[in-house]
Design a protein around this ligand. Structure first.
Ligand SMILES: NC(=O)c1ccc[n+]([C@@H]2O[C@H](COP(=O)([O-])OP(=O)(O)OC[C@H]3O[C@@H](n4cnc5c(N)ncnc54)[C@H](O)[C@@H]3O)[C@@H](O)[C@H]2O)c1
Length: 373
């Protein structure tokens, strides 16, 4: 099948390193890059959930696959020197707030020093390469503002996970200023909020919690029903990462406003409470939920919104699916694959959702969908 002609066709035939390729977002990104004709090389740990999208979609047979720890600086240096990537998407991280309270040292080591190891290894790369470093909307100092955080707002973070990503952002900016002026490697960072989508089985995330409960006929226990988040389908930020990398790849050096941090978030209609999200899930998979708020639980931000004006102005990027579509596609994916262990069928459903998402983005006139000339 010929490569899909999107993102200016820049990924066709190119070598792309994805760190965290065995994770939820990494597995979706890997499948999208394969559709775009890229040669994908993954660096990450073995999937830590059973099932995992990586295993269900049979991705180990479709990519160059390296299991390794990004806390090992020499391993990361060797990997980048051997792979000689044209593009890097750095997603590997310890991504869970609650786990970061249990394992703060591991969280900082992985999220801060892992990122520094990737940046440092990229310094030695003497060829054009576009690198998108993935952090999170939680990297901002959260003041429970009603308006969305902008890219210039201060980094911060209450808990170890959030602050580790704020620290990663500071390291990315410092490395770019200190080592990458005039360097062939172009670097940007991407901050996205909570994503939903088929194939996530992480603990302590609301959609996987819903699916586990619904599949077993139990009520969904909701810890934080009033917390508001900018929910978006996983394909939304991934389209932002891919388009940002495609635009970076056309720059001669890092002297461009594109070599900076970008928010990727949904439209305002998707800023919903956890309770509203669960109610929407139940429209596609009937069941019930119960409030399990714990007044003694660790602190989690209640209100978090992103401004995406910069991505809109500089990249022409915006979200393509509304809240109801994102939830419906997510629940459909789980329902249709619940009893399925055939990688070909899982891939085919995933490809269908990527194509449906691309069609919606094309209808909205988003520039990344314009076929390459
Ligand atoms: N899922 C979300 O809602 C969300 C929201 C904002 C930001 N993010 C960010 O997106 C990225 C991907 O998140 P995800 O949801 O796919 O998480 P995930 O837990 O599904 O995947 C994490 C990936 O990182 C790898 N990894 C973890 N520790 C590692 C180590 N020490 N060495 C090498 N690899 C390691 C894992 O093997 C896995 O491939 C992370 O950087 C996360 O912080 C996720």
């Amino acid at each position: 099948m010929p490569p899909r002609p999107y993102f200016s066709g820049v990924f066709a035939g190119k070598t792309v390193l994805v760190t965290g390729h065995t994770g939820f977002k990494g597995s979706w990104l890997t499948q999208w890059l394969l559709l775009l004709g890229a040669r994908v090389h993954g660096l990450g740990l073995d999937p830590d959930t059973t099932p995992s999208l990586f295993d269900k979609a049979g991705l180990s047979a479709r990519v160059e696959h390296q299991i390794g720890d990004i806390r090992d600086a020499a391993l990361v240096r060797r990997c980048i020197a051997e792979v000689q990537p044209d593009f890097v998407f750095h997603l590997a991280a310890q991504p869970l707030v609650r786990h970061s309270y249990k394992e703060p040292v591991e969280t900082y080591a992985t999220n801060v020093m892992g990122t520094v190891h990737v940046l440092d290894a990229l310094r030695a790369l003497q060829k054009p390469c576009a690198a998108v470093m993935v952090t999170t909307d939680k990297c901002y100092e959260n003041r429970e503002w009603l308006h969305g955080y902008r890219e210039e707002d201060p980094m911060g973070g209450f808990d170890p996970y959030s602050s580790s990503k704020g620290m990663a952002e500071l390291a990315i900016a410092a490395y770019r200023r200190s080592f990458f002026a005039g360097h062939p490697v172009k670097i940007a960072s991407a901050r996205a909020g909570n994503v939903i989508g088929g194939g996530d089985w992480a603990l302590d995330r609301i959609v996987p919690d819903c699916i586990r409960a619904l599949a077993s006929g139990a009520p969904i226990g909701v810890r934080n029903p009033h917390a508001t988040r900018p929910w978006q389908h996983v394909l939304e930020p991934l389209s932002g990462y891919l388009w940002l990398a495609a635009c970076l790849s056309k720059l001669p050096d890092n002297h461009s406003p594109l070599c900076s941090g970008f928010n990727f978030g949904p439209g305002h209609d998707a800023n919903r409470t956890v309770g509203e999200l669960v109610t929407e899930v139940l429209k596609s998979w009937p069941g019930r939920w119960e409030d399990q708020s714990d007044p003694h639980a660790h602190h989690e931000a209640q209100l978090l919104q992103l401004s995406t004006d910069k991505a809109h102005a500089l990249l022409g990027w915006s979200a393509a699916w509304n809240f109801a579509e994102a939830v419906r596609e997510t629940v459909t994916w789980y329902r249709e694959t619940e009893q399925c262990n055939d990688p070909a069928l899982i891939q085919s459903l995933t490809h269908c959702q990527i194509d449906a998402y691309t069609a919606a983005a094309s209808e909205a006139g988003l520039p990344w969908t314009q076929p390459a000339p």
